[in-house]
Each structure stands twice: as structure tokens, then as C-alpha cells.
Design a binder for this molecule. Structure first.
Ligand code: ADP
Ligand code: MG
Length: 323
């Protein structure tokens, strides 16, 4: 049996804007193994969220998936009709987003909202049982006094509590994969750590696989098994977490880490890598990091593909290609 749960192959997503075509995700490939905590990191705008949404075809115009495959348990999700995808979203693959307030409906109690998620995917369940499940899950996500809390409206809960409810909604149908897009970005630092601990704990308990997106290297270090670094719509490096922090290979990854002696600092605040993330319409020819890279040569006018330099450690940089 394969240990791969999700395999993304040569994924391409374009946005057709008045200013031109934005190649937001341009030939991204990676796999996520069963039971692992896989993180995607990179500066804002590098294509992390678009990659995450494309996995279950949640790309709306002017965006379009223009190439690639997304194999989930071997089945290409990009070929499935919307009806089939609806059964997968929330049941097999659940999403957690940055802002818990917009993920919850202000008009319904949190208990109702969890029960509803249960009922949608289990149409034969009795309402009472769905509510019992809602209370159980509130307990799982460590909300005190879950019976009473289940009758609360979102505005009656703190940001951290709301994110716990959102995690509860994501977990309640025991999905195989949770995609968490900046799940702690909107929260205070102390609450962030608690939410990460909770995700990790639930992952172990239910053997769920987590794919997390963040621009925060501290968050990556705290929970990940493997990390993928993206830059301007491309994958530049994939490695086990300790390996990435100890031996970063790509000049961009090296820059990110060097610029963040304190891993709790946000990638967004990095000033130490000279230059800017390229304009995504007129991307540099070849390696997209070339204009900012102190090692750049003629060769870098061609796009390097990922190579495995050491076991499980992949990098897209000509420096590591032996001639
Ligand atoms: N609705 C949209 N319209 C036009 N361009 C978009 C849209 N959404 C995303 N993009 C483009 O896709 C790129 C990647 O966005 P995104 O995946 O959200 O980045 P991040 O890595 O911060 O999650 C952005 O730089 C932007 O140029
Ligand atoms: Mg994003």
C-alpha cells in the first residue's frame, strides 16, 4: 500500500486579469504522506493559498486551473464533477482558514453549525445525535463547558475559541486530510501556540494528515514533519523540518532563515533579502529568484527543476546540479 495520500503533479493555475495573465501557480509538484504534518511556507503572494484551493477545485474566475493532476488516494480530483467534489470537501478533505469569524455564520449557534456539518455528510443521522456529536467535538477541541458553549453564537466566543470551533467543524467527520491555511495568523501569539498544539494532538489521535500553510517560520518549526518552500508560484525546496532549518540549500530558503534569527518573526517582515518578489505577470526568465540571488549565473536563465540532493531533500537550484 502506498504511503502517499495526496500527490500534486505539475499544477498550474492562472488568473486572467486586465493587466495580463498571472501564473500564480506554475508547475507545482509535491506529495503528502499519510499521517504527516506537511507545511508550505513562503512570502505573501507566492501561491500558497491558490495551491491549497486548487486541490479541491475551489478556484473561481478570473482564476482557472490550466494544468496538472491532483491525485487523492490515487484518484484525480481535477477530473471529478462538482457533485463528487462536494462529497469530498468537508468529509474527506476539510479546510481551516485564517479568520474564524468569517468561517462561522453569525446567525447560528456553534452547536448547530457543527451538527449541520455532521448532517450534510450523514443525511440519515437523527438531529439529536448530530447535536450530541457537536458537544463531543467541542470537548475534543478543549472548549470548557461544551454543553453550554454549544448554545453560544460565534460573537459570544473569543478568537481562539472560535478557531477551536472551526477546527471542530473540520474534524467532526474525521477527514483524511485537513488543509489549514494560515490557521493561527489572526490570533495572539500565546493562543497561536495552543491552536498548533491542538492541531498536532488531534492529528496524532485520529491519524489525520495535515497540510498547513503559513508565512511564519516559527509556526513551521513548531509542528511540521516536512516543509515545502514556495517562491513566486514555484517550489524551490522540500525537506524534513530539522534538515531545512539546519541545512537550507536554496539561496531563497537560506535568505529566509538568515533574515529570521528569531523564528517567531514573520516572513512578511523580512527586509534582509534584497529586491522584491517579482511582479507575477512579467516573471523573470529562468529561475524566478535570479534577480535577487547572489549566486546567479548565466545558467539561471533556464528554469532548474527539483532534484533530490540528499534523501528526501529536494531543491530547484543549478548550484546543486553536477555537470
Ligand atoms: N482573485 C485573484 N485575481 C487575480 N490574481 C489573483 C487572485 N487571487 C490570487 N491571485 C494571484 O495569485 C498569487 C498567489 O496568491 P495566493 O496563493 O493567495 O498567495 P499566498 O502565498 O499569499 O497565499 C498572487 O500573487 C496574486 O497575484
Ligand atoms: Mg494565502
Amino acid at each position: 500500500m502506498s504511503d502517499i495520500l495526496l500527490e500534486v503533479k505539475d499544477l498550474k493555475v492562472n488568473f486572467y486579469t486586465y493587466a495580463g495573465v498571472v501564473k500564480a501557480v506554475d508547475g507545482v509538484s509535491f506529495s503528502v504522506r499519510k499521517g504527516e504534518f506537511f507545511s508550505i511556507v513562503g512570502e505573501t503572494g507566492c501561491g500558497k493559498s491558490v495551491t491549497a484551493r486548487a486541490i479541491t477545485k475551489l478556484i473561481k474566475p478570473p482564476g482557472r486551473i490550466v494544468g496538472g493532476k491532483v491525485l487523492f488516494e490515487g484518484k484525480n480530483l481535477l477530473k471529478l464533477p462538482e457533485k463528487e467534489l462536494k462529497k469530498i470537501r468537508g468529509k474527506e478533505i476539510a479546510y481551516i482558514y485564517q479568520d474564524p469569524s468569517s468561517a462561522l455564520d453569525p446567525l447560528y449557534t456553534v452547536g448547530y453549525q457543527i451538527a449541520e456539518t455532521v448532517a450534510v455528510h450523514n443525511p440519515l443521522i437523527k438531529i439529536k445525535n448530530a447535536f450530541t456529536k457537536a458537544v463531543e467535538i467541542l470537548k475534543e477541541v478543549a472548549i470548557p463547558d461544551p454543553v453550554k458553549r454549544s448554545t453560544n453564537y460565534p460573537h459570544e466566543l473569543s478568537g481562539g475559541m472560535k478557531q477551536r470551533v472551526v477546527i471542530g467543524i473540520a474534524m467532526v467527520n474525521k477527514p483524511k486530510l485537513i488543509i489549514a491555511d494560515e490557521p493561527t495568523t489572526a490570533l495572539d501569539v500565546t493562543i497561536q501556540a495552543q491552536i498548533l498544539d491542538l492541531l498536532k494532538e488531534l492529528k496524532e489521535k485520529y491519524n489525520t494528515t495535515i497540510m498547513m500553510i503559513t508565512h511564519n517560520l516559527g509556526v513551521v518549526a513548531q509542528v511540521s514533519d516536512r516543509v515545502m518552500v514556495m517562491y513566486a508560484g514555484k517550489v524551490v525546496e522540500i525537506a524534513p523540518v530539522e534538515e531545512l532549518f539546519e541545512k537550507p540549500l536554496h539561496p531563497y530558503t537560506q535568505g529566509l532563515l538568515a533574515a529570521v534569527p528569531n523564528p517567531l518573526k514573520k516572513v512578511e517582515e523580512i527586509k534582509a533579502i534584497p529586491g522584491f518578489v517579482p511582479d507575477m505577470i512579467n516573471v523573470p526568465k529562468g529561475c524566478r529568484f535570479r534577480p535577487r540571488c547572489k549566486f546567479a549565473t548565466e545558467k539561471c536563465l533556464q528554469q532548474p527543476s527539483l532534484i533530490e540532493v540528499e534523501k528526501d531533500h529536494w531543491v530547484a537550484c543549478w548550484k546543486y546540479w553536477k555537470r
